[in-house]
Design a protein around this ligand. Structure first.
Ligand code: BGC
Length: 244
């Protein structure tokens, strides 16, 4: 069985059909830059192009970088605010030929990591964090997802944590790996105080350079890089269609 996974991000929208038994991409992924402004109408149009590219008919899983409660979008930190209040599966259904499942992007990446990647068989409390334009979080308790934790928005030094410690903050602020690692470490200590996790899984662009900052982190919990890298969102979106 296969599903089309679509990962909506602040800069790109990526898709590929996924084998649900193995999590493998069945075809090369296809990426279209996120339209600016990223209004619902413009993004739905991109989803339509992606579905057409793969001549897809069947289940579609879609991630969105915001709170997604039972399909309804409740926030859109790095996307057009016109998304707030939208029933996302209904909106996307106009662009796809099959049923649609929509979930938070970090929850999707977390689902993929827990099923096939660094969190496979991990019990206890696991926090998957994705560092990109923002910081996404996915909390698992004995393998079960607690959705929409939005920990990138906890306040650190009076500001959203993601404004200080995301991948974008590192790039825009021209921060050295050491300075950025200090900010990430401060963030992780805060989360450790709140959740006492057994394991942190670090995903997003920086996970490719894990050797540059993971050794600098000082939290008690084990910290490992994500394994699925760029594809975690696509794979997780596809996997989420199984629970329809
Ligand atoms: C959003 C989250 C999202 C994260 C990563 C945050 O700004 O609020 O919903 O998971 O960025 O994209």
């Amino acid at each position: 069985m296969q599903a089309l996974g679509i990962d909506i991000g602040g800069s790109g929208i990526k898709a590929a059909p996924v084998n649900l038994a193995t999590g493998a991409l069945v075809r090369d992924r296809y990426r279209i830059p996120t339209p600016q402004p990223s209004t619902p109408r413009a993004v739905v149009e991109v989803v339509k192009r992606l579905t057409a590219h793969f001549q897809w008919r069947g289940r579609v899983g879609i991630t969105f970088p915001g709170v997604v409660r039972h399909g309804v979008l409740l926030s859109a930190a790095n996307m057009h605010k016109g998304w707030i209040g939208v029933d996302a599966p209904k909106a996307f259904r106009r662009a796809t030929k099959g049923p649609v499942t929509v979930l938070n992007d970090a929850d999707a990446a977390g689902l993929a990591e827990m099923t096939l990647g660094a969190g496979k068989r991990a019990r206890g409390v696991v926090l998957v964090l994705t560092f990109g334009t923002g910081i996404g979080s996915a909390l698992f308790v004995d393998g079960r997802l607690v959705p929409n934790t939005e920990l990138g928005h906890v306040e650190l030094r009076g500001r959203d944590a993601e404004l200080r410690a995301s991948e974008r903050a590192r790039e825009d602020g021209n921060l050295s790996w050491v300075r950025w690692a200090q900010r990430v470490d401060e963030f992780l200590h805060h989360l450790e105080m709140l959740f006492s996790p057994d394991l942190f899984i670090i995903g997003g662009g920086a996970s490719k350079k894990a050797d540059k900052f993971l050794p600098l982190l000082t939290v008690n919990a084990k910290v490992v890089p994500a394994r699925l890298r760029n594809e975690a969102g696509i794979v997780g979106a596809a996997l989420a269609t199984r629970s329809r």
